[in-house]
Ligand binder design. Structure first.
Ligand SMILES: Nc1ncnc2c1ncn2[C@@H]1O[C@H](COP(=O)(O)OP(=O)(O)OP(=O)(O)O)[C@@H](O)[C@H]1O
Length: 358
């Protein structure tokens, strides 16, 4: 396992590209040895490009990749000592499950006893033990992808294991199980893992650090709760949470935000924010209270019942908001209702970036 450093890394797929054309905007970051990282973002944000630069499939236009302080930017994949798990299973159909798992170890010249012990350990962690003597050919897509995961995890000496949307082909019911299993495997094996996904549930379950990417750049890296509670960029607020954070354009004056005609108290006073900046406030749906005594008027558009939770969809000063209907309470009857904002939970954004503590 290794610490991975990305130093002023950037990539464009063609020469003479303008800065806006870069698939990966300049970034410098360090991922610690033994960490579980998820690269999370929508299609086209640059996740695969970044993963491919780390694995050596793509040479960056600029910058360096260091593994434990050693510059690997010019090294081909096979000399980087990494394991990769792709979207679709990569298994040898004619081999048994045991031989598939043993393959990367035998390739490295491990002796028979060491191979046997490690294969049995990994098979046990992935519930593949009963299938060890079966040929891979006869197994379903789920089991084959488990073998791919096992092959990625079997070598104890890798710098990092890279996963590119590894649960895409997995049946939804098993997906849940495998997500948790990967987390447990990370704890048991103590290896640096980097996991690319566009699915926030996968990222938040698997990773101890989620790296949110948007438009070729890293907009925030942090623990799942940090990203949820204090999104540093409006994109993170939208993207994490379902429904995402509510954002409204606002004027901010000292300890008040004005949205349309409404004045909303804030928990603290903001110094004059730079003139010309696009200001907005953000609040999560569970911090927007539906209360007959709320100080603001809103129009109820509909109530969405998602089974376990319900959300009221509102129009407030011309902005569409979502509010969590508290468990056990009847949904508000509209169309005219009253709402209240929890001041301590309102974040202020200038040009999409969180305005920090004073
Ligand atoms: N080989 C390539 N040649 C030219 N442009 C590319 C190439 N690969 C990716 N791109 C472009 O680079 C940008 C980032 O793509 P990338 O595949 O890294 O994003 P992603 O977040 O992994 O998306 P997805 O989840 O859809 O794979 C996109 O605009 C994409 O069109």
């Amino acid at each position: 396992m290794a610490q991975i450093e990305l130093v002023d890394l950037a990539h464009a797929y063609w020469t003479h590209a303008e800065p806006a054309d870069y698939a990966l905007k300049p970034m410098t970051t360090t991922w610690r040895q033994g960490g579980a990282y998820a690269l999370l973002g929508p299609s086209g944000c640059g996740k695969t490009t970044l993963l491919n630069i780390i694995s050596g499939l793509v040479t960056p236009s600029r910058g360096k990749v260091l593994f434990d302080g050693v510059d690997v930017t010019g090294l081909p994949t096979e000399r980087r000592n990494i394991a990769q798990v792709f979207q679709f299973p990569v298994v040898y159909d004619t081999m048994t499950v045991f031989d598939n798992l043993a393959f990367p170890l035998r390739n490295r010249g491990l002796d028979r006893r060491a191979v046997e012990a490690r294969v049995r350990e990994i098979a046990g962690l992935l519930d593949l033990t009963p299938d060890l003597s079966r040929r891979a050919r006869g197994l379903g897509a789920d089991a084959k992808q488990k073998i791919s995961l096992g092959r990625g995890l079997v070598r104890p000496d890798v710098a990092a294991v890279l996963f590119d949307e590894p649960l895409t082909v997995i049946d939804p019911a098993l997906k849940w199980e495998l997500r948790s299993k990967l987390k447990a495997l990370h704890r048991a094996l103590d290896v640096t893992m980097i996991y690319v996904t566009h699915d926030q549930t996968e990222a938040l379950t698997f990773a101890d650090t989620v790296v949110v990417m948007h438009d070729g750049g890293i907009v925030q890296s942090g623990r799942p709760d940090e990203l949820y509670d204090r999104p540093r960029h409006t994109f993170v607020g939208h993207f994490i949470g379902s429904p995402g954070m509510n954002f409204m354009p606002a004027q901010v004056m000292a300890a008040q935000a004005q949205v349309g005609e409404a004045m909303i108290p804030l928990a603290r006073s903001y110094p004059a924010l730079s003139a010309g900046a696009k200001l907005a406030i953000g609040i999560r749906p569970e911090h927007l209270r539906l209360s007959a005594h709320g100080e603001h008027r809103a129009r109820l558009e509909r109530v969405e019942d998602l089974g376990r939770v319900r959300y009221a969809r509102l129009n407030f000063e011309g902005h569409r908001l979502a509010a969590l209907v508290p468990e056990g309470e009847p949904p508000p009857s509209g169309p005219d209702i009253r709402i209240a904002f929890d001041p301590a939970r309102i974040h202020v954004y200038a040009d999409n970036l969180l305005v920090g503590e004073p």
